[in-house]
Design a binder for this molecule. Structure first.
Ligand SMILES: O=c1ccn([C@@H]2O[C@H](COP(=O)(O)OP(=O)(O)O[C@H]3O[C@H](CO)[C@@H](O)[C@H](O)[C@H]3O)[C@@H](O)[C@H]2O)c(=O)[nH]1
Ligand SMILES: O=C(O)[C@H](O)COP(=O)(O)O
Length: 255
């Protein structure tokens, strides 16, 4: 894959490392990996297979990703942490060999289910690479498939972030994010499971860094309204709630 410095208009030596956490994404991951690899500046695509019971790891590898596997499922945040560790190992191995300046200039977190639409993620990397933002967050248009959510988790995350930081997030749960290394450090260790995005926004803002939401033409698999979808939302609610409480939010303090 090309290094950022090889591309027209690129910051010399700057690279983007993409981390794609995946659980049972064999049907979608190949298209997602290819689309992410085609983005300007993306030098690596690391897929973390978070204990899938399908062929995600093999399909991702065949599509050109570097793949790390959790033998058992550990949740999205743990998958992101494993992915970033892998990026650093690869950077260290390349230091003084392939890219003397070494080290990813930006981390791009991408869900595994975006398929071809992941090719539109370039709008997230530019502000981080040119230094105008430390973390960009994709906001998604109306989805072609509709879901059964009632906004409970979204509202909890939005309200908690606003009360802790003053920032009103349009789509507080969006997992498509680009981070500068210092933004990632400010949020490490990551909050567990589905709390990771909410906590990232709070921690990066509290570190005095700049966070920007950027509209991005993405389509993803929307959770349904069946029992499986509602169970998923219950897990999201628990993790977001815990992430907020651990950062000082108290549900009974209104305003
Ligand atoms: O145990 C798990 C479960 C999921 N995933 C992956 O995490 C990503 C997001 O999961 P998904 O089921 O698509 O999440 P959504 O229901 O769409 O959740 C929304 O809300 C989440 C936070 O609650 C964010 O992480 C997502 O980016 C956002 O799309 C996908 O690549 C999954 O394969 C894991 O790595 N480990
Ligand atoms: O479907 C969604 O948008 C998420 O799972 C969050 O669910 P919610 O609609 O209950 O906030």
């Amino acid at each position: 894959m090309p290094a950022m410095g090889d591309l027209p208009g690129a910051v010399p030596g700057a690279t983007v490392a993409a981390v794609v956490p995946c659980k049972d994404e064999a049907d979608r991951i190949a298209a997602t990996v290819r689309a992410v690899a085609s983005l300007p500046g993306v030098a690596r695509v690391v897929v973390v297979d978070d204990g899938s019971s399908d062929d995600t790891a093999r399909v991702a590898r065949e599509a050109g990703a570097d793949v790390v596997r959790h033998e058992r499922n550990r949740g999205k945040a743990a998958a992101l942490e494993t992915g970033v560790r892998r990026v650093r190992e690869l950077d260290a191995a390349d230091a003084g060999r392939v890219r003397p300046a070494a080290g990813a200039a930006a981390l791009l977190f991408v869900d595994g289910d975006l398929q071809e639409t992941a090719a539109n993620l370039g709008v997230l990397t530019t502000p981080v690479l040119d230094g105008t933002a430390d973390m960009t967050i994709a906001t998604l248009p109306a989805q072609l498939t509709t879901g059964g959510g009632r906004g409970l988790v979204v509202n909890l995350a939005r309200d908690g972030i606003r009360r802790l930081t003053g920032f009103t997030a349009v789509q507080p749960l969006s997992g498509m994010r680009c981070l500068s290394p210092r933004a990632f450090e400010s949020a490490t260790p990551l909050a567990r499971g589905w709390g990771v995005e909410t906590a990232l926004t709070v921690d990066v803002l509290r570190a005095g860094l700049t966070v920007v939401e950027v509209p991005c033409e993405l389509q993803h698999r929307v959770s349904g309204s069946d029992w499986r979808g509602q169970l998923h939302r219950a897990g999201q609610y628990r993790d977001v709630w815990l992430a907020l409480v651990r950062r000082g939010w108290r549900p009974w303090h209104r305003g």
